[in-house]
Write a protein that binds this ligand. Structure first.
Ligand code: HSE
Length: 429
């Protein structure tokens, strides 16, 4: 395709990110021709109710409530989908691709569930499909995995990829707050949504784990493949014990390749206090990647918010414009040429931290250690604190153990006469 002086864009959605993109393109207006060889014009914007958005744009006539004004407009080359969700967004993206329009999106829900189909459709039609903002907002993660790290076999990704939960966990770790108190502050500051389930139960992070794992391992990984546990059961005591042992607790999105099998999980983990991820606080995100050539790298920054997310979306738009002008669109397909088996959580191996209350009687420690030893579980550290009520608290960490064997052993301990309660079981990095 020949170079175009003006490339016309249709924006689906003018919410926080949509408006950020609108502003970012304005800020870039004077540089575009020199940077890209074209001007970018937002021709139409889809909104739910035009009247609600009329004061946000200089020319309200570009607003529409009819998606076909964008999806069926032959002048529009590129559709930027920022409405989110998997229903209307899927229908709109598919129709846009069928009508020959490139896609840029921040929609992690859709990419993690139907990305394989939409990306294949884009490639088959010679179209670009860019989704840098779908993982960790303003932090470049997708392009580094696809391009900069392509000369590696990536074997591990550890991501703090949810800002809301990282904010809550930072408050619990650094200010001794309980979960509910920290969640309330996150809600008051606008980090946590009215229904925080997707964030606090690890679903949002799970979508990002699926997307990153697909790129890292060249294996089709979807949201349902990812094992997810959230942060709602963590207590002040867990943080105090973790600190005593030299750790902090983070919600980790993990993609791991072990013996040609894939482990894709989200769960809270004790992270050594001197690990770089332990220093990622507040609503910040970070993605720690290990590749066989590059060794370890960490990408850090703002994983959400109007302008950081708009930064990633705008970079994606610019890439499409350059590709159009160079006649090289549609060069990326799914690249999922590996068929590694995805392990169930029962098959994953981890180190563990356990906090339990036991009777304060002779031989308790021997029973606990003996039960674990029967199942070949090696203890890395153990602390016992006596309580005032003839009970004691035992805090132990283990060496790496198969998850299923470990749970069986914990069930035996729960059923024993000496264990009153197993209050926390947290994985250790
Ligand atoms: N709710 C997400 C977060 C926003 O807290 O990180 C970006 O996906």
């Amino acid at each position: 395709m020949a170079k175009k002086d003006v490339i016309k864009v249709g924006l689906l959605g003018l919410g926080t990110v949509g408006y950020g993109v609108f502003k970012t393109l304005k800020l870039q207006e004077n540089d575009m021709m020199a940077k890209l060889g074209s001007k970018i014009e937002i021709k139409r914007i889809l909104v739910l109710k035009v009247a609600d958005f009329a004061d946000k744009v200089e020319d309200p006539s570009i607003l529409t409530e009819n998606a076909d004004d964008i999806l069926c407009d032959p002048e529009i080359d590129l559709v930027v989908e920022l409405i989110g969700g998997t229903n209307a967004a899927y229908t709109f993206q598919k129709k846009a691709l069928e009508n020959g329009k490139h896609i840029v999106t921040a929609n992690k829900d859709l990419v993690a569930t139907k990305g394989y189909e939409l990306i294949a459709l884009a490639a088959a039609n010679g179209l670009d499909y860019n989704y840098e903002a779908a993982v960790a907002g303003g932090i470049p993660v997708i392009r580094p995995l696809k391009m900069c790290l392509a000369g590696n076999h990536v074997t591990e990704i550890l991501g703090i990829v949810n800002g809301t939960t990282n904010f809550i966990l930072s408050k619990m770790a650094n200010e001794g707050m309980g979960y509910e108190e920290a969640l309330k502050i996150a809600s008051d500051l606008g980090y946590a949504e009215a229904n925080p389930t997707s964030d606090v139960e690890g679903l949002d992070a799970g979508r990002k784990v699926a997307i990153m794992g697909t790129l890292a391992f060249h294996r089709d990984i979807r949201f349902d493949d990812v094992y997810k546990e959230g942060i709602t059961k963590l207590t002040e005591k867990d943080f105090a014990s973790a600190k005593e042992l030299g750790y902090t607790i983070k919600l980790i999105g993990m993609d791991r390749l072990v013996d040609d099998e894939v482990e894709v999980c989200v769960y809270p983990m004790l992270i050594p206090a001197d690990h770089m991820l332990a220093k990622v606080d507040d609503a910040f995100n970070a993605v720690f990647i290990h590749g066989d050539a590059v060794d370890d790298i960490m990408l850090y920054g703002r994983g959400a918010g109007e302008m950081p997310t708009a930064s990633a979306v705008t970079g994606d738009i610019f890439e499409v414009v350059r590709n159009i002008n160079n006649g090289v669109t549609g060069k990326w397909d799914n690249s999922t040429y590996n068929n590694y088996r995805i392990r169930t959580i029962d098959e994953v191996c981890n180190k563990f931290f356990v906090r339990m209350t036991v009777k304060d009687t002779v031989g308790v420690l021997a029973t606990v250690v003996g039960t674990l030893a029967e199942d070949q579980i090696s203890i890395a550290s153990i602390i016992q604190n006596l309580n005032d009520d003839n009970s004691a608290e035992i805090i132990l960490t283990t060496e790496k153990v198969n998850e299923k064997s470990f749970r069986n052993s914990l069930d035996k301990l729960k059923a024993s006469d000496v264990v009153e309660e197993i209050s926390s079981v947290i994985r250790v990095y």
